[in-house]
Design a protein around this ligand. Structure first.
Ligand SMILES: [Zn+2]
Length: 60
């Protein structure tokens, strides 16, 4: 399962970097992966679903 290290912040369009390292055996469906935007500083929590991640859920 490929979980990106960087996503694009949907608020400001800057890069948001993953805050956690990939576990030894990889991410599983249902795991939550946090990203921190380098532009606006927002945190994005992404749920791993199947072989991809769901769109970011805003926290504002
Ligand atoms: Zn941002």
């Amino acid at each position: 399962m490929e979980i990106p290290e960087v996503i694009i912040c949907v608020d400001c369009g800057q890069k948001a970097h993953r805050m956690v390292d990939e576990p030894e055996f990889g991410f599983c469906a249902g795991d939550w992966v946090a990203y921190r935007c380098s532009g606006c500083g927002d945190r994005w929590d992404m749920e791993v679903a199947g072989d991809e991640i769901n769109p970011p859920q805003g926290n504002s």
